[in-house]
Design a protein around this ligand. Structure first.
Ligand SMILES: Cc1ncc(COP(=O)(O)O)c(C=O)c1O
Length: 370
C-alpha cells in the first residue's frame, strides 16, 4: 500500500517537475552581499516596479484601509464597489470587469478556463514568460511567432501559425521586454481574424500612448488584462483585473474564479488610488520624462544601443556578452534583468526606469564596464 502511494506521489512530482520552473530573479540581499554594500544601496532595476510613487503616500493609503477592514470576515463586500470604480476608470460598466489576484492569476485563469487539449495558445516572441508557463502547465500547445525586426507584430504569421485552430492569442502591449506598444490596426486585425479569444495584456498601458480597452465593447472575443502592480506601485498587494464583454466576465467571475481571490486590503486599495488618481498620473508623467532622458543617456554610451520605450523599462543591447555585463553591474550594486537574444540581437538586457539618482548610478556603472 505504502509503496503504491509512494509510486503515485513520485510519478506526480516527476510530472510536475517537467513543467517550466519560474526562476525568481536575483534578490536585493544576494546582490548586496555580492557587491559588499548595504541592501538599501542596491539599485534595483529588474522588475519594473514604479519607484516614482512615494512610499509614504502608499503607506498612508494602506493605513486608511487598515482602519476600515475586519480581517476576521471573508472579503466579498467590496467587490461590486471595486468593479464599479474600475469600470469608471476604464470607461465601461462594472459588468465588464473581472477581479483577480494580480494579472498573472487572471491570465492563468483565462487560459485554464477556455483552453482544452486540442486548442492552441499562440503568442509572440520575445514576450512575457508567464504565458508559456501557464500553457505548459495546462499541457496546451504553445506557439511563439517572432516579432518583425522593427518589433512590430507579424499579423499574418500569427494567423497562419494557428492554422485556423481555435484557442487563445496572447498579445502583450506594450510588450515586455521590447517595451513598444503595437499598432492598433495590427491588434485589431488579430481580433477580427483569430479564431478564438485575443487576450491583450496591458500591464504597462498607463506608461504608453493609448489603450485599446474600448474595443471590448465591439469585439466579444477580446479580453484585456490590467494590473495595479506597475503604474500604481502596488506589486506587493496583488491586484489585477480583466475587461471583456459581460457574458465572458460574469462567467469567469461567477464560475471560474476562486470566491476570495482578492484579500480585504487588495479589494480597497484601488479605490483609494483612484480617489487621488491625479497624484499617480503626475508621477507617471515624471517617470515618462525620466525614461526619455535615460534612453538618450544610454545611447551616448558607445557600446550600448537602447530602444525607445512605451513602458517603464528599457531594452538595450551591449557589445560584450550580456551575462558578463549583468555580473559586472551586479558587482557594482546595480540589478537589471538578463534577457539574452531578442530576434537577431544577441546581447540584450532590460532596465526599469528608476529615480534620477538610481539612473545616474546605473549609467555610471554601465559606462565604466563598457
Ligand atoms: C507583461 C506583464 N504582464 C503581467 C505581469 C504580472 O503582473 P501582476 O503583478 O499583476 O501579476 C507582468 C509582471 O511583470 C508583466 O510584465
Amino acid at each position: 500500500m505504502k509503496s503504491s502511494l509512494e509510486n503515485w506521489l513520485q510519478n506526480r512530482l516527476k510530472e510536475i517537475r517537467f513543467f517550466i520552473k519560474y526562476v525568481k530573479p536575483e534578490s536585493v540581499s544576494d546582490v548586496a552581499l555580492k557587491a559588499g554594500i548595504a541592501p538599501k544601496r542596491v539599485i534595483k532595476l529588474n522588475q519594473n516596479e514604479n519607484l516614482f510613487l512615494s512610499r509614504e503616500l502608499l503607506l498612508s493609503l494602506i493605513d486608511e484601509v487598515v482602519n476600515e477592514i475586519d480581517p476576521r470576515v471573508y472579503p466579498k463586500e467590496g467587490e461590486m464597489k471595486l468593479r464599479d470604480s474600475l469600470g469608471r476608470y476604464v470607461g465601461v460598466s462594472s459588468d465588464y470587469i473581472t477581479l483577480g489576484n494580480g494579472s498573472d492569476q487572471i491570465i492563468d485563469l483565462i487560459l485554464r478556463t477556455f483552453l482544452r487539449k486540442d486548442d492552441i495558445a499562440v503568442s509572440i516572441t520575445p514576450t512575457y514568460s508567464m504565458y508559456k508557463w501557464s500553457a505548459n502547465h495546462l499541457g496546451i500547445k504553445y506557439l511563439e511567432i517572432p516579432l518583425k525586426d522593427d518589433f512590430s507584430l507579424d499579423v499574418d504569421g500569427i494567423l497562419e501559425s494557428s492554422n485556423r485552430r481555435e484557442g487563445i492569442c496572447i498579445i502583450c502591449s506594450p510588450n515586455n521586454p521590447t517595451s513598444n506598444q503595437f499598432e492598433p490596426d495590427d491588434v485589431l486585425a488579430l481580433i477580427e481574424n483569430f479564431p478564438g479569444i485575443v487576450l491583450l495584456d496591458e500591464a504597462y498601458v498607463e506608461f504608453a500612448k493609448e489603450s485599446l480597452v474600448g474595443f471590448v465593447k465591439k469585439h466579444e472575443n477580446l479580453i484585456v488584462t490590467r494590473t495595479f502592480s506597475k503604474a500604481f506601485g502596488l506589486a506587493g498587494v496583488r491586484i489585477g483585473y480583466a475587461i471583456s464583454n459581460p457574458e465572458i466576465s460574469t462567467t469567469i467571475s461567477e464560475y471560474a474564479q476562486l470566491p476570495y481571490s482578492l484579500n480585504c486590503i487588495a479589494l480597497r486599495m484601488p479605490l483609494k488610488v483612484l480617489d487621488v488618481i491625479d497624484t499617480f498620473k503626475e508621477s507617471i508623467e515624471r517617470l515618462k520624462e525620466e525614461r526619455e532622458k535615460l534612453v538618450k543617456r544610454l545611447n551616448t554610451i558607445k557600446s550600448v544601443t537602447a530602444f525607445r520605450s512605451d513602458a517603464n523599462f528599457i531594452l538595450f543591447t551591449v557589445k560584450k556578452p550580456y551575462e558578463e555585463v549583468f555580473d559586472e553591474l551586479l558587482n557594482r550594486g546595480v540589478l537589471v534583468r538578463k534577457i539574452g537574444a531578442v530576434l537577431n540581437l544577441r546581447e540584450c538586457l532590460r532596465a526599469t526606469v528608476g529615480l534620477p539618482h538610481m539612473n545616474e548610478s546605473f549609467i555610471e556603472a554601465l559606462t565604466s564596464i563598457s
